[in-house]
Design a protein around this ligand. Structure first.
Ligand SMILES: C[S@@+](CC[C@H](N)C(=O)[O-])C[C@H]1O[C@@H](n2cnc3c(N)ncnc32)[C@H](O)[C@@H]1O
Length: 579
């Protein structure tokens, strides 16, 4: 099979293989072309598709070349007009002949678009395409806010100071994130994040993927928002072991390991127990843990469902903190720079004759596209594994959110059953109330939360960098019905404790949500708590607290926080004396 047929097959993904574009290419064992060449062709053709789609449509290429699918036409036109070596096929190959006979017209249309866009040279045009600033017909739209390249320094095997004096030696420190956002990829400039320790921002187009620091796992590409959960969990040596209940690909797992290894004094044998249900994603997790040199701190439980882990098992008897970042709708990550949109030429734009051609021929093209519908004029490609969050539930949005939030609540209330656990963070990369604050309110109202004394970690008790973060939770009065009996005071308190990030803002983050739960040492650990089988009870649509629940929850929460606050004051005094 030629390079172009293989690229089209990867893109149409008839076998519905999950994961990023890169992992789909590298996983295939039946390719004749080199995976690197395939990836380069697809990503370059995607970048140029905003131009090439129009060029192909204006030349009515698909009308004249009936055997070319929109995907093949795009890939071939890209190489014909933009690849140094032209179309990678023998001179008499059917595909080469089919595209080459249109070269003059395609080149002329391409040049017209370039000149109309005001680009005097091909070089200038290329720069605009790479920077993503060529947006024909949308000049009046507000300029898209760019997304920085966030780099977390992996303190398991290096320090921020070491990386600044080696990998980033000669880079100037910017005083504002905006300076980094507007800089070109070649600018040697960075911004030190004020909220998350050991996190740096670089210009969006910077390519650090070939730097020795990246290859050695000294630096990890991780969105700022995705660093919130491990930091908010604020693991200390007293917490003992930590569970990451939904770990792959492992950004937060390795962040937990970095925080543990960064603590003053020895890590006292603390282990991060990382659950991952999916076997393929377990492989990615294992690789990431190894690359981050975190394998002495992290124990990967691959192909293991956190929901069936028994809280009372001896294995988890020292687990004091749990991080939960379950599967979600992923609505917060759309539009990230790691997602690329490929625009395909519309086949009906070929010629007027196309709609009158024989049905047989039309069906042939449908078949060739292997399930990418002829009407499907865009393809969204996930370029980066670290950005790929799974969205396993299909169907209409409302149904998906109901199913996902039921699962999320179940996993959160399961975590609340671990007898020694004192801290939990719950996060999603979703922007929907139902998956975020909705789950938090329902979890707080659950039987297990009440019996075990779980409360929300209020803003004033959060780690410094997140206490200062201004975007907080929201309340959706329609979500639980107007008759929700929750007191205004408690709604406000819980929303203020929840943390949100919004995509497309000057903060440079993806859309994200995180909240933390705590419980105090004095709570009744041995109280009879309903076991995992009663989860259905927690998943019932929540109708709001009753007046009595409300008062009880408020009192308990206030007591828990007072005790927590006394304990942390005591701890701070102890620490201060120790220094
Ligand atoms: C949103 S992703 C986690 C991303 C990860 N925390 C990170 O920062 O790299 C959710 C992951 O949880 C896994 N998962 C979902 N349900 C699970 C369960 N019940 N037990 C263990 N893993 C689960 C999914 O397979 C998926 O890999």
């Amino acid at each position: 099979m030629s390079l172009y047929y293989e690229a089209a097959a990867v893109l149409t993904n008839a076998e519905k293989v999950g994961g990023s574009l890169k992992s789909r290419i590298y996983k295939r064992t039946d390719l004749k072309s080199s995976p690197a060449q395939l990836f380069a062709l697809i990503s370059e053709a995607s970048k140029w598709s905003i131009v090439l789609k129009d060029v192909i449509e204006r030349c009515r290429l698909l009308g004249e070349e009936r055997k070319l699918t929109p995907l093949l036409a795009l890939l071939l036109t890209h190489d014909l007009l933009l690849s140094k070596n032209g179309v990678a096929a023998p001179a008499n190959h059917f595909l080469k002949l089919a595209i080459s006979r249109h070269k003059a017209r395609l080149s002329a249309e391409f040049t017209k678009v370039r000149i109309k866009g005001g680009y005097v040279t091909l070089e200038a045009f290329k720069e605009a395409i790479v920077a993503g600033v060529f947006n024909p017909g949308q000049e009046d739209l507000p300029k898209k806010v760019r997304h920085p390249r966030w780099v977390r320094i992996n303190t398991v095997n290096t320090t921020c100071a070491e990386q600044l004096s080696t990998t980033f030696a000669g880079y100037a420190r910017a005083s504002k994130l905006a300076a980094v956002l507007s800089a070109s990829g070649s600018a040697r400039i960075y911004f030190q994040d004020p909220n998350i320790p050991n996190l740096l921002a670089f210009p969006p187009d910077i390519d650090l993927s070939t730097s020795p620091a990246y290859i050695k796992g000294n630096i990890i590409f991780q969105d700022k928002a995705s660093c919130f959960p491990a930091y908010l969990l604020n693991v200390t040596p007293e917490d003992g072991d930590v569970i990451d209940g939904c770990a792959a690909p492992g950004n937060k797992t390795t962040h937990l390991a970095a925080i543990i290894s960064d603590q003053d004094g020895p890590a006292r044998g603390q282990t991060v127990i990382a659950f991952e249900r999916d076997k393929v994603r377990t492989g990615t997790l294992q690789k990431m843990v190894k690359l981050a040199s975190a394998d002495r701190i992290v124990l990967v439980k691959g192909g293991a469902d956190f929901l069936v882990a028994s809280p009372d098992s001896e294995e988890f008897s020292k687990v004091g903190a749990i991080l939960l970042d379950p599967s979600c709708s992923g609505s917060g990550i759309v539009g990230r720079d790691d997602t690329m949109r490929m625009r395909l030429p519309d086949p009906s734009s070929g010629t007027k004759t196309i709609s009158h051609t024989s049905k047989g021929k039309k069906r042939k093209r449908d078949k060739d596209t292997n399930g990418v519908s002829e009407r499907n004029t865009t393809l969204d490609l996930d370029l980066d594994d670290s950005a790929a969050e799974e969205t396993p539930v299909k169907g209409k949005l409302a149904e998906r959110l109901t199913a996902l939030s039921a699962f999320q609540l179940r996993i959160l209330t399961h975590a609340m059953r671990f007898p020694k656990a004192r801290k939990i963070t719950y996060s999603t990369c979703s922007v929907h109330f139902k998956e975020n604050e909705g789950v938090v309110f329902r979890a707080l109202a659950s039987q297990v939360a009440k019996e075990r004394g779980w409360a929300i970690l209020k803003r004033e008790h959060q780690v410094d960098g997140l206490k200062r973060w201004e975007r907080r939770g929201i309340w959706d009065s329609t979500a639980f019905g107007e008759d929700s009996l929750l007191a205004q005071e408690q709604k406000a308190e819980v929303c203020e404790a929840c943390i949100r990030c919004e995509k497309g803002t000057a903060d440079g983050t993806m859309g994200f949500f995180v909240a933390a739960f705590v419980r105090d040492d004095g709570s009744d650990q041995t109280a009879p708590v309903s076991n995992g089988n009663s989860d259905g009870e927690d998943e019932d649509e929540w109708k709001g607290f009753s007046d009595e629940d409300d008062r009880a929850a408020n009192t308990k929460s206030r007591e828990a926080m007072r005790r927590g606050s006394r304990r942390s004051k005591k701890k701070r005094r102890k620490n201060a004396q120790g220094k």
